[in-house]
Write a protein that binds this ligand. Structure first.
Ligand SMILES: Cc1cc2nc3c(=O)[nH]c(=O)nc-3n(C[C@H](O)[C@H](O)[C@H](O)COP(=O)(O)OP(=O)(O)OC[C@H]3O[C@@H](n4cnc5c(N)ncnc54)[C@H](O)[C@@H]3O)c2cc1C
Length: 825
């Protein structure tokens, strides 16, 4: 066995072999090695049902799956190895209107990423799948391009392709430990000797946690049992074969939570049931290979019965075999593809519950990331760093079983899953709950989404359309606009960068100029190497050599890992994690100043405390860093405070604020207000798929300040001509549903862009969307069509910030006048 390699891939299931294949395809074939402790496919891959569902609500996963299906269609020709791809199509049934809404929302995403999906009536379904009872169906969708594949053949074809390009596979070679040399190189220790390499990719399926332990990573993966039933042949299916009729498409009834396909004249039925247990909780036996568990038919009886009533022929055949195997799961059911946190050149390709489907796309993007330095699609949905260290074993046990049982649930845009909650609560949690808060969860934190008042039940109401909370939000926005509102943003990610090298490093990391004066604030973006937007920070200069950074709570590990990855290693910059030490309240609305003046001695006048500055003030007995910014476009301050004094501040504010109309508001009201101000959000309007100029962040890019990360590529992309431009749109004619993001934007039927977010603006009284349009269509006044839940509406491009375009409210009118005088407007 060789002693050196550029990349070592651990794990010879379909996922690891695909990564190897794609690295070889990128030209690294002579220098990449795969190690498999037993035989290729001997983990979960061999017994998979081989289905390749294109359907996925996530923009990242959708693109990953789409690439795979295309690759698999071409793989036999490329490698000479049959893969058994049966492109029979895939039919998904709907038994209610909400399910149809889910399909409409999905179809919009599919359209924007180029997946062919067609809507069917119950009559169409009857023609396409004559053995299907169409009673009680609202409709369905059909993907003509997917189907199923033979997982072992697919893996062997990828292996053949990789070997043909020089890659090496060592079977029966177990990785025992992984160490890092002082040079930074990885040393992979196996039972056949050691290999030193630059990069390690782990693709170890059910062994993910054991592999993680080798390098001190708590990888948020635990497997769950999954069963499918193979039946005896059915005469009708056999007759169809004799009559040379086409094979039936894969049938899915999400409302009954099962899939069904033909197999050797019989059926395969796979249910996703409640109560499927986690398995291999402390890891599989090291010798485990080709392992199956005892079947548990009782658990899946309701789904068998549902399938029998939908496809009566299924009840006429005997069970031939039941497979019960392990599927790796993560808390949200999406895989983990990308760099491990806190480690250089260590890559995770784990937690694949649809690994046959995802393997192609995952290998493609990992190879791009490793060889070119960046992925080419927005990978936020599968980012390893989307979870934090709160995701320990006990958490995973609850969340992964929940994720499994939710595979076929309706994926509402405002869905908040209940398992393992509450997990992380700000001190004001109880007080917020008493005031009617209905919570959502981000990065483990409970955050009020909205407030149920006036006798409204304190529970959520998920929908693709305007639901019960629409009216609750109207009230919250109204109060914040007239009086003053308080939003708990304790979940924000916070850190400090300090030391003699802090200023120079941070200035290089972000595209904007740093605040010059102590107390100055700046909104700044860390780009990726291609000039796309990776992270957004509010930066406060605390002193000559100290900066306080605030970013999205959900992205804490991602943002902080990104900073540390680039930080000088000579000790000139120190990173201090402050997320759990600091609470944050946002106060916003015209009465904010009057309220704050009642609880602090500080001078809050426009002259003494200007917009976009910060000061240390005392609020009641608590020392507070007050920052005059907010995300809703009203006069306001963020109060960053010691978390242990949060309730003192909360009580002082509510005691002082009653006659000023102080009321809490939630994240959904914030989202509505931020769209009215055209404020962008990472993961929607800001993404690595779009350059900072495409996201129209020009005023936050100081190209002439000197070098910064991604600068040259950003300028080069501008030189080459931008392909998109972020715009604000007013949607006309909608009455019960607003854009949710990923809506297709068309002109005369041609796709010209996609909405990135949307919602109703209560202050403007308009349905709004933000979206990327081809620059030719981005001029204000242009009308395009937007598709919302299957219907087309006219959407007009309008100038940014349809609400208070001059920012008079957040500056406060007096100061706005003063600014106008100063700039001579
Ligand atoms: C019953 C069932 C049906 C399924 N049906 C489908 C389906 O229809 N469609 C779909 O997309 N997915 C399906 N899946 C899921 C699919 O099987 C997995 O997602 C996929 O096989 C994962 O592949 P992998 O390469 O990540 O893991 P694995 O195939 O488990 O491969 C991991 C490999 O790593 C090796 N390894 C681990 N530790 C070490 C070490 N220390 N040293 C060396 N080697 C090591 C193991 O031996 C193993 O071969 C199904 C799963 C089950 C259980």
């Amino acid at each position: 066995m060789q002693r050196h390699a550029k990349v070592v891939v651990i794990g010879g299931g379909v996922v690891g072999v695909s990564a190897l294949y794609h690295l070889a395809k990128k030209g690294w074939g002579d220098n990449v090695v795969l190690l498999e402790k037993a035989e290729l496919t001997s983990g979960s891959t061999w017994h998979a049902a081989g289905l390749l569902p294109l359907f996925n609500m996530s923009y990242s996963v959708g693109q990953v799956h789409k690439y795979s299906v295309q690759l698999y269609q071409e793989l036999e020709a490329a490698t000479g190895q049959p893969v058994g791809f049966a492109q029979v199509g895939n039919l998904r049934l709907a038994m209610n209107d909400d399910r149809m809404d889910e399909y409409y929302q999905y179809a919009a995403t599919a359209r924007t990423i180029g997946i062919d999906v067609r809507f069917l009536t119950p009559a169409d379904i009857g023609k396409l799948w004559p053995m299907c009872n169409t009673e009680g169906l609202a409709g369905g969708i059909f993907h003509p391009d997917d189907g199923y594949i033979q997982p072992a053949d697919l893996t062997q074809a990828l292996a053949t392709g990789a070997r043909a390009r020089g890659a090496t596979i060592h079977r029966k070679t177990r990785v025992l430990a992984i160490e890092q040399a002082t040079s930074g190189a990885w040393v992979v220790i196996t039972d056949k000797g050691d290999i030193t390499c630059d990069h390690v990719i782990t693709a170890t399926g059910n062994f993910a946690r054991q592999t993680g332990e080798m390098v001190g990573l708590d990888i948020p993966v635990i497997s769950v049992e999954h069963q499918y039933i193979v039946t005896e042949p059915h005469p009708e299916l056999q007759q169809r074969r004799k009559d040379s009729l086409p094979e039936l498409g894969v049938l899915r009834e999400p409302d009954g939570s099962w899939y069904l396909r033909e197999e050797n004249g019989g059926f395969i039925l796979g249910p996703y049931e409640e109560g499927a247990p986690c398995c291999y909780v402390d890891g599989p036996d090291p010798r485990s290979e080709y392992e199956l568990f005892q079947e548990d038919i009782d658990r899946i009886v309701p789904h068998i019965e549902a399938a029998m009533s939908r496809v009566p022929a299924f009840s006429e055949v005997g069970i031939k075999q039941v497979y019960n195997g392990a599927i790796a799961y993560t808390p949200d059911g999406n895989p983990i593809i990308g760099p491990a946190w806190d480690l250089d050149n260590f890559w995770l390709n784990e937690g694949h519950s649809f690994g046959i489907t995802a393997a192609g796309g995952a290998g493609w993007q990992l190879a791009e990331w490793i060889v070119e330095g960046e992925p080419t699609i927005d990978m936020l949905g599968v980012e390893p760093r989307r979870f934090g260290d709160y995701a320990n074993k006990e958490y995973l046990l609850e969340k992964n079983e929940e994720a499994y049982s939710h595979v076929f649930a309706i994926h509402y845009p405002d869905e908040e899953r209940p398992a393992a909650r509450p997990l992380r609560t700000a001190p004001c949690y109880g007080r917020m709950k008493d005031r009617g808060a209905v919570f959502g969860q981000k990065f483990g934190w409970e955050r009020p989404n909205f407030f149920a008042t006036d006798g409204m039940p304190q529970i959520d109401d998920w929908s693709f359309r305007r639901s019960r909370w629409f009216e609750a939000i109207r009230k919250e926005v109204d109060n914040t606009t007239r009086n003053v509102g308080l939003l708990d943003m304790t979940a924000f990610a916070k850190c400090r960068l300090s030391g003699p090298g802090a200023e120079a490093f941070l200035d290089w990391l972000v595209a904007n100029s740093l605040p010059k004066k102590v107390g100055g604030l700046a909104l700044a973006h860390a780009l990726n190497k291609n000039g796309g937007v990776h992270s957004e920070f509010t930066i406060r200069r605390e002193s000559d050599d100290s900066f306080y950074l605030v970013s999205a709570g959900a992205l804490q590990r991602l943002d902080h890992d990104y900073i540390r990855r680039y930080m000088p290693r000579d000790g000139s910059v120190q990173f201090t994690q402050l997320t759990d030490a600091k609470g944050v309240f946002v106060l916003a609305g015209p009465n904010t100043r009057r309220l704050l003046e009642r609880v602090t001695d500080a001078d809050l006048s426009n002259e003494a405390f200007r917009w976009l500055t910060a000061q240390h003030i005392d609020v009641a007995m608590a020392p507070v860093d007050a920052m005059r910014v907010n995300f809703v476009g009203e006069l306001g301050w963020e109060l960053h405070h010691p978390i242990e004094q949060q309730n003192q501040i909360f009580d002082a504010l509510f005691e002082a604020g009653e006659d000023l109309g102080l009321q809490p508001f939630g994240i959904r009201a914030m989202d509505s207000m931020r769209i009215e101000k055209s404020y962008r959000m990472v993961g929607a309007e800001l993404s690595i798929e779009y350059s900072a100029f495409e996201s129209a962040m020009d005023r936050f890019v100081k190209a002439d300040k000197g070098d910064f990360l991604g600068r040259n590529e950003l300028l080069a992309s501008q030189e080459a001509g931008l392909r998109n431009k972020l715009v604000t749109l007013v949607v006309h004619g909608v009455d019960d549903a607003d854009a949710l993001g990923n809506n297709a934007l068309t002109m005369n039927g041609d796709l010209v862009g996609r909405a990135t977010g949307g919602g109703f603006g209560f202050r403007t009284g308009k349905s709004l969307a933000l979206g990327m349009l081809q620059p030719d269509f981005a001029e204000p006044g242009t009308n395009v069509d937007i598709e919302i839940l299957g219907k087309k509406y006219s959407a007009e491009v309008v100038p940014d910030s349809p609400f208070d375009a001059k920012n008079e409210r957040l500056r406060d009118a007096n100061e706005a006048n003063e600014t106008e005088r100063l700039v001579g407007v």
